[in-house]
Design a protein around this ligand. Structure first.
Ligand code: FAD
Length: 379
């Protein structure tokens, strides 16, 4: 593994840092306080080519690799994890499966929509009784002449009430278990599609999470994504890639919290000296720095494996597990360093800590990541 980022990746980091400092940091607290979807920021990210950045240029994307996308999500999440999440979902969970499994016609129709067309994408797998065990979904699709008819609902869908294109998983043959699940591309304007409950969450307030409902929803026959009955495989493979995005998001949160903690502890004087001079503070900051470095290596390693077409299921799970747990530890300890101030919303620590928690839950909980890692150890 080459430990130096290429000039192109260094350039992407600089570009994203500048964008985040100018466009994301100034509104991050307000976005959280008012639970507002950062529409203008997302529009600017479309302008910048970050939304759909791995889509080939021939389909309107930037033709970047998974490491570039991870770096973009990491930089955004240093200041606003909600913005990082919206981008991670759009790129990793909607554009990616259409790029990988779409027919030429599907790619020609949907990828330009998700890039130059500025339509936001989403991924709909989870159901009330099918979370960690995603195979237990009951949403079903029946073929009726030249179209499919979908019935059921999906919950906790990121970008749910702003997205216009959804990758949806539904049962096409209940007798076949996971081999009876198929994937579909669904547009929000298809008859029978509607958005249900908007979730009120602990954190990630700028990221729109909602239920989506299919009531005799008409989906053209040609919108089957990949082969009939291969939906579960598509979902699992897509989540492998998505986990690199969540690792990058969690890494960004931890790095952002560490930066805030360093600045604060150098300025805050107690017992006649800055609290950064106490060895306890220094050792805690050292552990945070160490975890960020390790998380970066795990995340970039998984992204490079994906870019090179190698297997990366275990690598992505390790990166996601490590970075999300490190984000939770780092934000908790950083908040402690701010004392009472950290507990107020005058400082970003309490928001960062609330935002960090979700990274241990979605796209597979930490327990599920341990199942994936141990399942790939030949035990
Ligand atoms: C903000 C947010 C955004 C989301 N975005 C999306 C999205 O865009 N698309 C989508 O499809 N889904 C999305 N999800 C759903 C998310 O992926 C699920 O919530 C997650 O996979 C966990 O499923 P669950 O909530 O049903 O928990 P459960 O599966 O009920 O798990 C509950 C607890 O049991 C543990 N557990 C379960 N099985 C095992 C086991 N075998 N061994 C040990 N422990 C176990 C879990 O780790 C967890 O701690 C989102 C969720 C949230 C909260």
């Amino acid at each position: 593994m080459d430990f130096q980022l290429s000039q192109q990746h260094r350039f992407i980091r600089q570009m994203m840092k500048k964008f985040t400092d100018n466009e994301v940091k100034p509104i991050a607290a307000e976005t959280d306080r008012t639970s507002t979807y950062p529409a203008e920021t997302i529009d600017k990210l479309f302008d910048l080519g970050v939304m759909g950045m791995c889509v080939p240029e021939s389909y309107g994307g930037a033709g970047a690799d998974p490491l570039a996308s991870a770096i973009a999500i990491e930089e955004l999440s240093k200041q606003c994890a909600s913005t990082g999440d919206i981008v991670a979902t759009h790129n990793g969970l909607c554009c990616d499966p259409i790029m990988t499994y779409g027919t030429d016609e599907q790619k020609a129709k949907y990828l330009p929509m998700l890039t130059k067309g500025r339509k936001v994408g989403a991924f709909a797998l989870t159901e009330p009784n099918a979370g960690s065990d995603a195979s237990k979904g009951v949403t079903n699709a029946k073929l009726a002449g030249d179209h499919w008819v979908l019935n059921g609902s999906k919950i906790f869908i990121t970008n749910g009430y702003v997205a216009e294109v959804f990758v949806v998983f539904a049962m096409t043959d209940r007798t076949k278990g996971t081999r009876g699940i198929s994937a579909f591309i669904v547009e929000k304007d298809f008859p029978g599609f509607s958005v249900g409950k908007h979730e009120v969450k602990m954190g990630l307030h700028g990221s729109p999470t909602a239920e989506i409902v299919f009531q005799d929803c008409i989906v053209p026959k040609e919108n089957l994504l990949g082969e009939l009955g291969k939906g579960f495989k598509i979902a699992m493979a897509t989540l492998d890639g998505g986990r690199i995005g969540i690792a990058a998001q969690a890494l960004g949160i931890a790095e952002g919290a560490l930066e805030e903690a360093i600045a604060y502890t150098k300025g805050r004087v107690q017992f006649g000296k800055p609290i950064a001079k106490f060895q306890n503070t220094q050792f805690t900051l050292a552990d945070m720095e160490l975890g960020c470095e390790a998380g970066r290596l795990l995340t970039y390693q998984a992204a490079i494996a994906k870019a090179e077409g190698r297997r990366y299921t275990k690598e992505a799970a390790m990166a996601k597990l490590f970075c999300s747990e490190h984000a939770m530890k780092t934000t908790t300890k950083a908040l402690q360093m701010f004392g009472g101030y950290g507990y107020t919303n005058d400082y970003p620590m309490e928001r960062m800590m609330r935002d960090a928690k979700i990274t241990e839950i979605y796209e597979g909980t930490s327990e599920v990541q341990r199942i994936v890692i141990s399942g790939n150890m030949g035990l």
